[in-house]
Design a protein around this ligand. Sequence first.
Ligand SMILES: [Zn+2]
Length: 130
Amino acid sequence: MNPSQFRVLRQKGTEPPGFSEGTAGELEYELKKKLGTKYPKTGVYTCVGCKTPLYYATSKFDSGCGWPAFYEGVPGAIKEVVDADGRRVEILCNNCGGHLGHVFKGEGFPTPTNERHCVNGICLKYEPST
Ligand SMILES: [Zn+2]
């Protein structure tokens, strides 16, 4: 884990909007460079803290929010905790407790769950299926 990843995963930081797509070496920038798309149809996103699979590639969608967005986690992989102010729901890796981002529900996105897991790209690593 590098210092930027540590700041998000372990200290609940947030990467700037557009960071993942606009920064060389980051998740979405590299996906576009290597695969030509931020939305590969196969594979899985794993936790950079512990390598646990967190999101299937098929659950990633375009939310336009500036962070990678998914409509559901791998079953059992994501832990949800209401923020101290009661307004937002934090999402964490259920295995290592790493902070991932927040989940928003009922926003009306045309996805099967009507949920948006807004995840810091820095927390995720893409693993193509073999
Ligand atoms: Zn983890």
